[in-house]
Design a protein around this ligand. Structure first.
Ligand code: G3P
Length: 217
């Protein structure tokens, strides 16, 4: 399964990409708005750091506006993927941009019917938001299972990009279900590394080794 970072923060991206386990980046207007500087320049820098897809989202809500912004975002760098919202105009733009050879990530997906429409419109990625469903007392991961079933039934090539991941178990469940990608904030990726027994075990190994060196000396 691929792991993407859901952030516009260049320092976090550089730090995690350096470890060697990051496959791509997703951003959204809220995330990019938090970062200083010009958003196009920031996206370009991110594309130069990551050897993989980088999603940048349109802010237009009408078909024409999405097409103009989508083409502009795609021109920033060959790694760019255009993110469009799951609305009627968004699905229409997904079909048209995909037809021009531009990769599209359809975002703000909250139901299996929406995911079916994105796949039919040729989306490269569908982004179901699991955390925001959990927030309203609906099991977000059940949506992922439904989309996996639907896409497998018809061999859709659209990749399932599990978004709004809030904790490591979202990532683990996504991997068990066979989702293609989980996109996580930096803190969730950091949490994937942690286990108290790893920390305790390493401390003991190093202490025992140190003790043996002192005895031998
Ligand atoms: O980028 C879309 C998604 O991952 C946002 O997550 O935590 O704001 O619901 P969140």
């Amino acid at each position: 399964m691929k792991i993407f970072i859901d952030t516009g923060n260049i320092a976090d991206i550089q730090r995690l990409v350096d470890i060697g386990i990051i496959d791509g980046i997703t951003t959204n207007p809220s995330l990019l708005a938090k970062e200083p500087g010009d958003y196009r320049e920031n996206l370009k820098k991110i594309c130069e750091i990551v050897q993989g897809p980088v999603s940048g989202e349109v802010t237009a809500t009408d078909f024409g506006g999405m097409m103009t912004q989508g083409r502009d975002i795609a021109k920033i760098h060959p790694h760019m993927v255009v993110k469009v919202p799951l609305t009627r105009d968004g699905i229409k733009a997904c079909k048209a941009l995909s037809g021009e050879g531009i990769r599209v990530n359809v975002t703000l997906c909250f139901s299996p019917s929406q995911a079916l429409l994105a796949a039919k419109a040729g989306a490269t990625y569908i982004s179901p938001f699991v955390g925001r469903l959990d927030d309203i007392a609906t099991n977000g991961m059940e949506l992922i299972q439904e989309i996996v079933t639907i896409y497998d039934n018809y061999d859709f090539t659209t990749e399932i990009l599990v978004a709004s991941c809030r904790h490591p178990m979202h990532v683990v469940e996504a991997a068990k279900m066979g989702a293609d990608i989980a996109t996580c904030p930096p803190a969730v990726i950091d949490a994937l590394f942690n286990h108290p027994l790893t920390t305790i075990g390493l401390e003991k190994f190093l202490k025992d080794w140190e003790k043996a060196q002192t005895v031998k000396a």
